[in-house]
Write a protein that binds this ligand. Structure first.
Ligand SMILES: [Zn+2]
Length: 259
């Protein structure tokens, strides 16, 4: 037999006994249909479980948009279908397969049709709910990963040979405790040179290289364990492509980090 239609699967997920014998057999064997019921059931269970930590109720305008799009005139509060009373032999889908199913009582058929009219609403509601949940989870993730906190900053003043160049530095800390220095320098490096960022001791007797500054701004990881109380000075030097890893002695801008 072909797959069970979505409406019937949605009713299954709601706990309605709407399957004929042949459909019962199909659902047991068909992974596609079973998967659809499982995922709809998860949504339905989630919707019923108000304690669900990820559950975010859709905003009222979502409901009214669904309502408008479906051209419904009744209030959207009538979403919960009435539970079926007793076993419901499915005359609509079951009879032609088995030939043995008893026709459903007319009242029952009428109530099933009414229920069926709500299925598009349920499916739309499920979709809105899934979007709401996804949005909530994304929001929660971004809330759990706050941006870096700036814990100190420095104005980088030019050294005498570099009047007119200026810069600034920020010491930032990520949630995991790692530290970065963000350095920006105004004014291009002369051709054939590049700039390198350093942390210096206050008397410039000790220094640690953080790396080459590409362009006007760069972010540099501070080596773990480096005590910034010992190396509080941010220095940007002009370097030549001479293969010498040491500081050129030609500092462009410099400033001390302060909280
Ligand atoms: Zn199927």
């Amino acid at each position: 037999m072909p797959h069970i239609d979505d409406e019937t699967l949605a009713l299954c997920a709601l706990g309605e006994d709407v399957l004929g014998p042949a459909e019962h057999v199909h659902l047991e064997d068909c992974t596609d249909c079973a998967r659809t019921v499982r995922s709809l059931t998860r949504v339905v269970d989630g919707a019923r479980d108000t304690e669900h930590p990820d559950m975010v109720p859709p905003r009222p305008e979502v409901w009214s948009r669904i309502h408008t799009e479906l051209g419904l005139t009744e209030a959207p509060a009538v979403l919960a279908p009435t539970p079926a009373s007793g076993p419901a032999p499915d005359a609509e889908e079951g009879a032609d397969q088995t030939g043995a199913a008893e026709p459903a009582h007319p009242d029952e058929l009428a109530s099933r049709r009414r229920l069926r009219a709500w299925v598009p609403v349920l499916v739309a509601a499920c979709a809105a709910l899934v979007l709401g949940v996804a949005g909530g989870v994304l929001w929660e993730r971004s809330a759990l990963q706050p941006e870096e906190t700036t814990i100190a900053s420095a104005v980088l003043d030019p050294l005498p040979d570099w009047a007119g160049v200026s810069g600034e530095a920020m010491l930032q800390e990520s949630a995991d405790g790692s530290r970065q220095v963000v350095v920006s320098v105004d004014g291009p490096a002369p051709e054939g040179t590049y700039r390198e960022v350093w942390l210096l001791t206050p008397d410039a007797s000790g220094l640690v290289s953080l790396g080459a500054l590409e362009g006007a701004e760069g972010r540099f990881a501070v080596p773990e364990g480096l005590d910034l109380a010992d190396y509080p000075v941010v220095d940007v030097s002009e370097e030549h492509f001479d293969g010498d890893p040491a500081h050129s002695g030609n500092s462009v801008v410099r400033g001390e980090l302060a909280t």
